[in-house]
Design a binder for this molecule. Sequence first.
Ligand SMILES: Nc1ncnc2c1ncn2[C@@H]1O[C@H](COP(=O)(O)OP(=O)(O)O)[C@@H](O)[C@H]1O
Ligand SMILES: [Mg+2]
Length: 234
Amino acid sequence: MIELKNINKSYIQGKNKYHVLHDINLKIEQGEFLAIMGQSGSGKSTLINIIGFLDDQFEGIYNYYEHPIHEYRRAQFSKLRNQNVGFVFQNFKLIQNITIADNVALPLLYAGAKRAFIKERVSEVLKAVGLAGYEKQLPKNLSGGQQQRVSIARAIVTAPKFLIADEPTGALDSKTSAEIMELFKHLNQDNQTTIIIVTHDPKVGAQADRLVHILDGHLTEDQDHHKRKVRARQ
Ligand SMILES: Nc1ncnc2c1ncn2[C@@H]1O[C@H](COP(=O)(O)OP(=O)(O)O)[C@@H](O)[C@H]1O
Ligand SMILES: [Mg+2]
């Protein structure tokens, strides 16, 4: 599904160039539940912004379903992003003055979906994240864990091929965080949605099926929890 070959990324600031990702090689198959773990500043967000088609400024090869994404123009990139990826962030990024249903509906509105379909689909995904009946509530009346569930509902409403979650449990206590990870696990198993989670928390990382470590912009270890072995790096 996703194949990165020798990806390098630098940020330019004035006369300085910061080389943040070094020769990243990574293959992700459809249906995988992968965690990318590394300390703050190691390049996790930079890497998943590339994987999620948010950043087209990189060197190297990115094949997506065998299409050479690195050759795409910016407009093609945005289209690819809108049609394929759902994003979940640490701070939920909900719009505070509109209802839960309207927050979840946004990606469908952008995609031009019909009103009746939107209503039905929004209820369906709210149910899938354990928030049936919360349509008319405002985000501020929900707990952190519930708000993250809403943002997950918003991320899956268009049935994307893959989900990217950047520190999705970073603002949650450990019990709530475990519940959110359970939800990701279910979404992965029930719908075969590929899930890529970024975390600096080993407890969160351990719940994914596969764990990739990143250190100072280098991918180091790649563990498959099912097989309990370190696989050969692709
Ligand atoms: N827009 C940017 N401009 C310049 N440097 C950046 C930018 N974004 C991130 N960096 C730097 O790149 C490195 C990796 O950042 P990031 O990918 O956000 O790490 P992580 O998500 O693992 O904390 C850090 O040293 C950070 O300061
Ligand atoms: Mg980050």
